[in-house]
Design a protein around this ligand. Sequence first.
Ligand code: NAD
Length: 363
Amino acid sequence: MGGNYKIAVIPGDGIGPEIVGQTLRVLDQIGVTYGHHFKYEEMLAGGCAIDATGEPLPVETVAGCQKCDAVLLGAVGGDKWDDLPGPKRPEMALLGLRGQLGLYANLRPALLYKQLRDACPLKPEIIGERIDLLVVRELTGGIYFGPKGRRDTAAKGQEAFDTEVYSEAEVERITRMAFEIARGRQRRVTNVDKANVLESSRLWRAVVTRVAADYPEVALNHMYVDNAAMQLVRDPKQFDVIVTTNMFGDILSDEASMITGSIGMLPSASLGQGNFGLYEPVHGSAPDLAGQDRANPIATILSAAMMLRYSFGLTQEAEAIESAVERVLEAGYRTGDIMSPGQTLVGTEKMGQLICEYIAKGA
Ligand code: NAD
């Protein structure tokens, strides 16, 4: 028996509507093949919301998302709104959604498809068979949200400070999420901190170690963040799931994403309590490509696969999308951003259509 799922859809600006359009097409194909029904509620956020309502994140959008099982977001922003003051900018919609929807964990997979190995800046012997890691970043605590300010000192002029603050409860919930996810992967978690210097990291590490005892089937190792930054380019194959703080995760997830070659291939998920989550590509609204059928929809389509896996528990359906993407790449189809000699160039719509066809044939 198939399920019924209600998805809040926020196409946003620039290429957002095009890549989200192809992603809904892929979800519809999953619905047909596996007997599910996906209901979409379209909502405004970002620049288009500013034009329509004067606000980047209308209250109706937050309320609407809260009534759905998950959120699919394209991208927001563009030159048209660049001169607006900070709180009125389209990107504020992203921070607002994360905060108001209580999304405390950010998941960014870095998966290098063997068909795109040439796009990876690392040497073939470092890449090996496959790179497939997942950064689980704490999203609502740490130094980005701790006490901050400036003060005048007589001797040294102005002083500024930011504070890293983590509670046991905050560390425990992100650690449990990382271990639960690792159970369905290769069962390895690397905790990244700076426990040789920071007191907050010492508490972080103690909590991670304590929680790990509840997951004896998952192996845990600890790594200082400076070493982790080095290991990601020296031997990325060693990682399965990396769990880390807000700031370290911000930096390491960008580093990890570089090894996959193209920003057009990178999905992400932001998860909160229960099964609720917001799913979006890592890239922005690419105004240079908007309306030209040139954007790569794969990052958004893979974000929908994450939605099926993490919010709806539909593992087989998520794998069907991922495998269809792999088969399409295998067959040599490429959008402009991942194009290489001898391959077939296709547009946004054709890429969506091909992925649907491979899902329909059981990839
Ligand atoms: P961007 O990610 O939009 O684009 C960077 C480069 O990558 C561009 O050359 C673009 O053409 C290319 N690119 C991005 N996505 C692609 C795709 N799917 N297929 C093919 N090529 C792709 O970043 P930017 O240019 O720095 O920002 C553009 C706008 O997007 C800005 O207004 C920025 O604030 C906003 N932005 C939004 C988000 C978001 O919504 N999550 C994230 C980053 C930037």
